[in-house]
Design a protein around this ligand. Structure first.
Ligand code: HPA
Length: 262
């Protein structure tokens, strides 16, 4: 049974921390996804690059529902996701890991945000007071401490629509509102994972200071460079965490919504 998954964000396309890799196609009501499945320390893990294996899918066109539904259908219960982020918080520097504990949604409504569209199953409002799995976050924090990696144990992620970067004024506003980091993909991914009853936590890697804080214009190349420079650290963190996730779930992530019939 494939009970674990890694959703790789920008700069994370290589599943070779896993052995005995095979490809699997999973059909969902929103189209098929393709994952690679392998083993790490006796645990079967699915690897799904969010932007496609060749980074061809921009944030606003990712098929978030197919991705989460497909993982659920495989039997996944725990998901570690990676995100490259810009920083609004001078304490969170390029190269730092942040284990975000909150998000703010500034997407513009063009993305399907839910599995629950009403009809015979009724209306579902899902609790996201604490949007990320506390048990997975604790495991990540412990792994980062053991590995001596620079990290922050909390952070508020502001999700923008993209694919453009933000204006300096937008970043000033997000800072005033209490945002620490900015990225383009964590909503609706985190929300759908909660709706599907999955444990979900994020390894955010700061790749740049956000617009107006950074002294130079932002580029995707800069983001990729910082991700590449920190790839080994990210791999060791994901491996240590995968190995230390408690066998049975001690959180309530699976209990917030009616079970999804995949
Ligand atoms: N803004 C939005 N998304 C990002 C950034 C940023 O500055 N850096 C990496 N992903």
């Amino acid at each position: 049974m494939v009970r674990y998954a890694i959703i790789g964000g920008t700069g994370v396309y290589d599943p070779r921390i896993l052995t005995d890799l095979r490809r699997e196609r999973v059909e969902t009501p929103w189209g098929a996804i393709e994952v690679q499945i392998g083993t790490y320390k006796g645990r079967e893990v699915a690897f799904l690059p969010r932007h496609g294996a060749d980074h061809s899918v921009p944030p606003h066109r990712i098929n978030y529902r197919a991705n989460i539904w497909g993982l659920k259908k495989l039997g996944v219960e725990r998901v570690l996701a990676t995100t490259a982020v810009g920083s609004l918080n001078l304490e969170m520097k390029p190269g730092d890991f942040v284990f975000i504990d909150q998000f703010m949604d500034f997407t513009k409504g063009g993305r399907p945000l839910t599995f629950f569209e009403g009809g015979p199953d009724g209306v579902v409002h899902t609790d996201v007071t604490e949007p990320y799995c506390p048990e997975l976050r604790k495991t990540l924090i412990q792994a980062a401490e053991e590995l001596g990696l620079r990290h922050h144990t909390r952070g508020t992620y502001v999700c923008t629509e993209g694919p453009r970067f933000e204006t300096a004024a937008e970043i000033r506003a997000f800072r005033t509102l209490g945002g620490d980091l900015v990225g383009m993909t964590n909503v609706p991914e985190a929300v759908l994972a909660r709706e599907a009853g999955l444990c979900y936590a994020v390894i955010s890697m700061v790749t740049n200071y956000a617009a107006g804080i950074s002294p130079q214009p932002l580029t995707h190349e800069e983001v990729l460079e910082v991700m590449a420079a920190n790839a080994e650290k990210l791999k060791s963190l994901a491996m240590r965490c995968l190995e230390q996730i408690p066998e049975t779930r001690g959180c309530s992530c699976g209990k917030h919504t009616p079970p999804l019939k995949v």
